[in-house]
Design a protein around this ligand. Structure first.
Ligand code: GCU
Length: 421
């Protein structure tokens, strides 16, 4: 009898698990939804002048803080910078390369972010991309002397990791997503760090990473891991503003996938980022949540309960109740340029939902004197729609490719007037 009951319990759990995670990929099955208007105050009144936008923006920002990403505590501590290496002729003389460690301490606890920086030798102080990598700085480059992370990394068959420690097998394995030579030849610099240095990406009750150093108490509005990664991007920015080889006014924050979600929140939170790029950022990134297509609020919160604040879980299967949607995350970046990109086969990230966020963020850019987003319909494949908000969709799977980078560089070159070497 006990055994039967046990089996029934398992079966019912499996059923509810399957129901919870069944993704909708049919536009016809989407619920009717209406999106909140970013140009209306919470009380429904219309914003009129530019000053009103400042007030409306803080209303919106607060909702994203308390209902989505969580509130990031103030960081009042000191940033300790250690220069780890300097190479004047990296990548066959193409770049000056540096590694620096940024250290944060509270009592015995400390967190250290190792930043790998490549600067083009030929063009000084050009724009610079800053973004995280998934598996360690050494995976972005084939150069043998770039440091591996000391922090926890996910086990990964392809990278030969079985003990949560990075090893040599991973060196250069993500270099297709980091086309360093192409980037440097076009006059851009790159700064990258392993995102797990800031907060290891697993659900540990916020015991490791940066959370315990900043948290005094936690509640339903406390920051999750995405906000922590965004915070780390701002600390890298703190360092870059003091690096005399870098023009701090031309820093572009970039991220792929979950790291694209982090780059959007970093861009919304820190106005020093001059441009924001989110590649295949999907749910909780650029994709509209209320469409219920591909990954939903419920599925992301179940699979990654540590990414957002606990309040976000109120909207599991109740996206209709969300007081914001993701077009308003893009609006928080206005009037700075933002570039969103999708991949055709990346249905989980809802390419159309990513595109529609651009459409519905456009009125805010226009209100602030920017250009209207130039597409009302999804543009054809490999045909970027370029404006203050830019968008493209390319064929292929969830990934960041040379094509994506070339689009970002074309856009940033014209924006920052970069001369190619
Ligand atoms: C999962 C997750 C996505 C995320 C992606 C990634 O697929 O569901 O939300 O963007 O991982 O970061 O690769």
């Amino acid at each position: 009898m006990k055994a039967i009951l046990f089996l029934l319990l398992i079966a019912s759990q499996l059923l509810s698990f399957a129901q919870k995670f069944e993704a909708n990929y049919d536009e016809a099955k989407m619920p009717a939804y209406s999106l909140p208007d970013p140009l209306k105050f919470n009380d429904g009144s219309q914003i009129v002048g530019k000053k009103d936008w400042t007030r409306r923006r803080s209303e919106l920002y607060k909702i994203f803080e308390t209902e989505v990403f969580g509130v990031t505590p103030d960081w009042k501590g000191a940033l300790e910078v250690t220069k780890l290496s300097l190479k004047e002729d990296a990548l066959n003389g193409l770049a000056k390369r540096k590694e620096v460690r940024l250290e944060f301490k509270k009592g015995e606890q400390k967190v250290a972010i190792t930043v790998l920086i490549y600067l083009p030798k030929k063009s000084k102080k050009g724009p610079l991309f800053v973004g995280y990598n998934f598996d360690g700085n050494h995976t972005t480059t084939t150069e043998a002397d770039v440091l591996k992370p000391d922090s926890w990394v996910a086990n990964n068959k392809e990278l030969g990791i079985t003990d949560h420690r990075a090893n040599e097998a991973g060196r250069g394995k993500s270099s297709s997503g980091w086309p360093l030579k192409e980037i440097l030849k076009r006059g851009f610099g790159v700064a990258t760090a392993y995102y797990g240095d800031v907060d290891p990406d697993f659900n540990d009750g916020f015991k490791d990473g940066i959370h315990p150093l900043l948290d005094t108490k936690r509640d339903s509005t406390s920051w999750g891991s995405i906000a922590a990664w965004s915070w780390g991007l701002s600390r890298i920015m703190d360092y870059l503003t003091n690096d005399k080889d870098v023009n701090a006014k031309k820093i572009i924050v970039i991220g792929h996938s979950r790291l694209g979600k982090a780059s959007l929140w970093a861009g919304a939170s820190d106005p020093r980022f001059a441009m924001v790029i989110a590649n295949n950022s999907g749910c909780g990134g650029a994709a509209l949540s209320k469409r219920i297509y591909g990954e939903t609020v419920g599925s992301i919160n179940s699979a990654f309960p540590h990414w957002f604040c606990d309040n976000f879980k109120k909207y599991n299967r109740r996206e209709d109740l969300l007081p914001i949607d993701q077009h308003e995350l893009l609006a928080l970046i206005a009037p700075r340029p933002v570039y969103i990109a999708s991949a055709q086969d990346d249905k989980w990230a809802d390419p159309k939902g990513e595109f529609l966020s651009c459409v519905y963020a456009s009125p805010v850019y226009e209100f602030l004197g920017g250009k209207k987003f130039p597409a009302m319909e999804m543009p054809p494949l490999n045909t970027p729609a370029i404006g203050d908000i830019s968008y493209h969709i390319r064929p292929g799977k969830h990934d960041i490719t040379l094509y994506d980078w070339n689009c970002y560089m074309d856009f940033a070159s014209s924006y920052f007037r970069v001369k190619t070497n």
